[in-house]
Design a protein around this ligand. Structure first.
Ligand code: CP
Ligand code: NVA
Length: 312
């Protein structure tokens, strides 16, 4: 049986931030910015289809990929485990090979990152990571687009991550190393980001610091960001995590310690009164609705590049 490697396949995947070179990532952001301001009307997905495999819930990822594919001239097809045979045990590799005969790209949201790698190994078409327990690269590119929309070039900026060392934190770490900005993470002991992401960033000479004190993390930050304390799949840990993260809430006092022009980001969904207070997420420094909108623009740029062969 031939399992194609990433290297000998004629297409690219987007499983993690570093799958696009830094130069391509900035080109992708520039393409997304053209889409954001309405300066892009091409239809590079004309006659093409995206399959969307969702093993977890989604509002933004589903809608932005679906609407984005249609805006680019293509179609998008939502598949949940209740509908597809993967939910009854059909191997991921078989699913990948079958979908490759029907569509031109697969977006997958699931639990184990290894499942996405396996899907990509067997697919003959681009595979896009729409969130795993390990990483959420599409969201981080949307977040970088939002930073650049409000503050200009991300290079040289300082981002403060407060809370869980989760999939979002891991992708922020990867982006910091890749794109050249400083990252200060404040995570409670026991909830650190993935060691391999931290080690890789360190090996790249990235300006990434893991701290315990949120006040230290936000000092001089241009961006303050957080996420839920219990991610999808961790619902039964909610009470334990609420205790562990009690001192990691982003409130007005913490925001006031960042730079005066600092923006607040949250990938959403948010829990007001837990990881963020209502006055912050609904306040003047919050740009979370632009951030949510930017999922559409960055996803379109990713699909245009990977499925529509738009050069970067
Ligand atoms: N931020 C994000 O990925 O949202 P959804 O879970 O709604 O897709
Ligand atoms: N860390 C969150 C992000 C949701 C978009 C989760 O995985 O549930």
């Amino acid at each position: 049986m031939h399992v194609p490697s990433g290297a000998d396949r004629p297409h690219r995947d987007f499983l993690n931030i570093a799958d696009f070179s830094p130069a391509d990532t900035f080109a992708l952001l520039a393409l997304a910015e053209r889409m954001r301001v309405g300066a892009y009307a091409d239809k590079p997905l004309a006659g093409k289809a995206l399959a969307m495999l969702f093993m977890k819930s989604s509002t933004r990822t589903r809608m932005s990929f679906e609407v984005g594919a249609i805006q680019l001239g293509g179609t998008a097809h939502f598949l949940s485990p209740r509908d597809v045979q993967i939910g009854r045990g059909e191997p991921i590799g078989d699913t990948a090979r079958v979908l490759s005969r029907y569509v031109h790209g697969i977006m997958i949201r699931t639990f184990a990152h290894q499942d996405v790698i396996e899907l990509a190994q067997y697919a003959d078409i681009p595979v896009i990571n729409g969130l795993t327990d390990l990483s959420h690269p599409c969201q981080i590119l949307a977040d970088v687009l939002t930073v650049q929309q409000h503050l200009g070039d991300i290079r040289g900026k300082t981002v403060a991550w407060i809370g869980d060392g989760n999939n979002m934190a891991n992708s922020w770490i990867e982006a910091a190393a890749h794109l050249g900005f400083a990252l200060r993470l404040a995570c409670p002991a026991g909830y650190d980001p993935d060691e391999q992401f931290l080690a890789h960033a360190a090996s790249q000479g990235a300006n990434v610091q893991l701290l315990r004190d949120p006040r230290e993390a936000v000092a001089n930050a241009d961006v303050v960001t957080t996420d839920v304390w219990a991610s999808m799949g961790q619902e039964e840990e909610q009470a334990k995590r609420a205790l562990a993260f009690a001192l990691y809430q982003v409130d007005g006092d913490l925001m006031a310690r960042a730079r005066s022009h600092a923006i607040f980001l949250h990938c959403l969904p948010a829990h007001r009164g837990e990881e963020v207070t209502a006055d912050v997420i609904d306040g003047p420094q919050s740009v979370v609705w632009d951030e949510a909108e930017n999922r559409l623009h960055i996803q379109k740029a990713i699909m245009a590049a990977l499925m529509g062969n738009v050069p970067l």
